[in-house]
Design a protein around this ligand. Structure first.
Ligand SMILES: *Cc1c(COP(=O)(O)O)cnc(C)c1O
Length: 392
């Protein structure tokens, strides 16, 4: 017996249940097509909603900034790592989003880890949507606050939980994903805001999949619902529609100022790199100049979803370019994904614990980078594999 035997047994268990994460290697830039394990395939996997991950304007901005400013921030932001680029990006994002202020982080994940523990602690309570993202859950756990889950997107359940719990705690925070990444549905933020207002509770939304996707020209979920100044904290990421990497929190100035003092990943982990920051600034420029990419994304998403429904697939409850193809059991979803790959389409299966048992699926991520031809090729592959496996 070795002390790592249990780990091998766990891994073998994942494999036999069809839950083992097979990680593919990409040998090309991100785009509509990828070289995956040496094979050219249609990309239905990335969060590269607007095709910015390999956009010439962003790469040129990253190169120019690197030539002028180097690559690394060389320190945490509170010591010597805040550069003019970081300050400029935060200012531009606040203008873009119509928020009082913003603060950037290394990722959306660390933005959540920074924000939740800065706002609530052991004497407090968090009301959290049951399907919130792992980084929200981890942020909540780190805070030490009592976590009360309410039913997914169910404002009645939220209010019931508030009534049952609020009086026992010092302060409270309501947290929801903006767009739920596995189903593509949108949080009923105006109704959640009304409840937050009624009970005078801080409201936080993680808009990772809405940033660059929802709202006028991709300004996010707060803009989508016209809730400027009403949602206290809006978390976003630059790793999805923005095509780079990094995180942002937008909201009231006093909260952003507090995060600069108490956000632990801000204080104890280095800032976004120079090329990342410059590329994000270029992304803001592009989005402010034109809504063309965002419009194309939605046009593609609507087309693909409608055609998949016509073919007889169940695309769940998505209201966004995230298109789940509901298949049920994880081994079927994995086999479907393998067959698609053989047919030249890269679309990953997603199973437990990312989604509940029995709700395994293929998740198709539509992008503005896809042409109509690309989408038609993808549809053809889904039709062939769906018939072969008896799904349609
Ligand atoms: C992807 C995602 C994150 C993590 O964003 P990164 O910038 O990649 O760390 C956080 N929250 C939600 C809801 C997400 O979908």
């Amino acid at each position: 017996m070795s002390k790592t035997d249990w780990i091998q047994q766990e891994i073998d268990g994942l494999k036999s249940q069809g839950l083992y994460n097979n990680i593919r290697t990409i040998g090309s830039p991100q785009g509509a097509w990828l070289i995956v394990d040496g094979k050219k395939v249609l990309n239905f996997c990335s969060n590269n909603y607007l095709g910015l991950a390999n956009h010439p304007t962003l790469t040129a901005a990253a190169k120019k900034a690197t030539d002028e400013m180097g690559v690394g921030p060389a320190a945490v932001r509170s010591i010597a790592g805040t550069m003019t680029l970081h300050v400029e990006l935060e200012k531009r994002l606040a203008e873009f989003k119509g928020a009082e202020a913003t603060i950037t982080f290394q990722s959306g994940f660390t933005a959540n880890l920074a924000t939740v523990p800065a706002l609530v602690g052991k004497e407090d309570v968090i009301f959290s949507d049951r399907l919130n993202h792992a980084s929200i859950i981890d942020g909540c756990r780190l805070s030490g606050a009592k976590i009360v889950a309410y039913e997914h997107n169910d404002v009645k359940s939220l209010e019931e939980q508030i009534k049952a719990n609020l009086s026992q705690f010092r302060r409270a925070l309501i947290i929801t994903d903006g767009v739920f990444s596995m189903d593509g549905d949108i949080a009923p933020l105006p109704d959640i805001y009304e409840v937050a207002k009624k009970y005078d509770i801080l409201l936080m939304v993680d808009d990772a999949h809405g940033e660059g996707v929802l709202g006028n020209g991709g300004r996010g979920i707060v803009d989508h619902f016209g809730l400027h100044g009403k949602v206290d904290v809006e978390v976003g990421t630059f790793s999805k529609a923005f095509g780079v990497v990094g995180g942002v929190v937008a909201g009231k100035s006093v909260i952003i100022e507090w995060l600069r003092q108490r956000g632990r990943p801000f204080l104890f982990s280095s800032a976004m790199t120079v090329p990342d920051t410059a590329a994000c600034l270029a992304a803001v420029d592009l989005l402010e100049d034109s809504t063309q990419l965002v419009d194309k994304l939605w046009e593609n998403a609507k087309y693909f979803k409608a055609e998949m429904k016509n073919l007889g697939f169940n695309t769940g409850v998505s209201e966004t370019p995230i298109t789940p193809i509901m298949l049920g059991e994880a081994p079927l979803a994995q086999q479907f994904s393998r067959e698609l790959f053989e047919a030249g389409v890269f679309a990953m299966s997603i199973g437990f614990p990312t989604v509940p048992q029995g709700k395994a699926r293929i998740r198709v991520m539509i992008s503005a980078a896809h042409s109509k031809d690309d989408l038609n090729q993808g549809l053809e592959a889904f039709k062939t594999v769906g018939k072969k496996l008896g799904v349609i």
